[in-house]
Design a protein around this ligand. Structure first.
Ligand code: GDP
Length: 190
C-alpha cells in the first residue's frame, strides 16, 4: 500500500486523494551550536527559545504544511540534539531520511567546513536520491560573518543542493526553507 520512490518517503495511497498527503523523514546535520534546534522550534512552534532545548537524545517534532495544489507535506523532523559529535551513530540517524538539511553558522568558517564533511558523508552513505539543503544560519549576525553567501551558494550548486541563508532568531527564511524543500519532493504519478 505505501509506496514511495525514496526511502523515508511514504505516499499514503489509502484513498483516491491520499497520494496528496506526503510524509517524509527529515534530518538536520551540522556542528553543535549552529542553530539546528532553534530552526526546528521556529518552524514548528513559531518561537525562538533556545532554553527549551531537549539536550539528551534525539528530539523529534513534526509539522505539516500545505502546498498550493492541495498537497500536504508532513515533515517528521529528527534533530540530533548533540549526537553529531558521535559520527559513528550518524548513519543510524539519517538512514531512511528523504531529506537532509545541513546547517552551518555564517559567523563560523569552521562550521562551514564541518557542513562540507556532512555533505560528503551523506553522498557516501545517505539514501539514494536524498534531497539535501545547505543552510547558512544566523544571517542576522552580518557584522560577524565569516562565510560569504557566494561561497555557500557555489558549494551548494556544485553538490546539487538547495541553498538558503536563514535566521532562527528573526524567523527570516525559515518557512521558506521548508516550503522549498516540499516543492522539490518527488510526486507519485497521478
Ligand atoms: P544546535 O546545537 O545546532 O541545535 O544549536 P541551537 O539551536 O541550540 O543554537 C545554538 C545557539 O545559537 C543558541 O544560543 C541560540 O540562541 C543561537 N542561535 C540559533 N539560531 C540563531 C540565529 O539565527 N541567530 C542568532 N543570532 N543566534 C542563533
Amino acid at each position: 500500500r505505501n509506496s514511495g520512490r525514496l526511502d523515508g518517503l511514504s505516499l499514503e495511497n489509502g484513498g483516491a486523494n491520499d497520494a496528496k498527503n506526503i510524509r517524509i523523514k527529515l534530518v538536520l546535520l551540522g556542528d553543535s551550536g549552529v542553530g539546528k534546534s532553534c530552526i526546528v522550534l521556529r518552524f514548528v512552534r513559531g518561537q525562538f527559545d533556545p532554553t527549551s532545548k531537549v539536550t539528551i537524545g534525539a528530539s523529534f517534532l513534526s509539522q505539516t504544511i500545505a502546498l498550493q495544489d492541495s498537497v500536504t507535506v508532513k515533515f517528521e523532523i529528527w534533530d540530533t540534539a548533540g549526537q553529531e559529535r558521535y559520527a559513528a551513530l550518524a548513519p543510524l540517524y539519517y538512514r531512511g531520511a528523504a531529506v537532509a538539511v545541513v546547517v552551518y553558522d555564517i559567523t563560523s568558517a569552521e562550521s562551514f567546513a564541518k557542513a562540507q564533511y556532512w555533505v560528503k558523508e551523506l553522498q557516501k552513505r545517505g539514501s539514494s536520491g536524498i534531497i539535501m539543503a545547505l543552510v547558512g544560519n544566523k544571517a542576522d549576525l552580518q557584522e560577524k560573518r565569516e562565510v560569504s553567501a557566494k561561497d555557500g551558494m557555489e558549494y551548494a550548486e556544485k553538490n546539487g543542493m538547495f541553498f538558503i541563508e536563514t535566521s532562527a532568531k528573526t524567523a527570516d527564511n525559515i518557512n521558506h526553507l521548508f516550503e522549498e524543500i516540499a516543492k522539490r519532493l518527488p510526486r507519485s504519478p497521478s
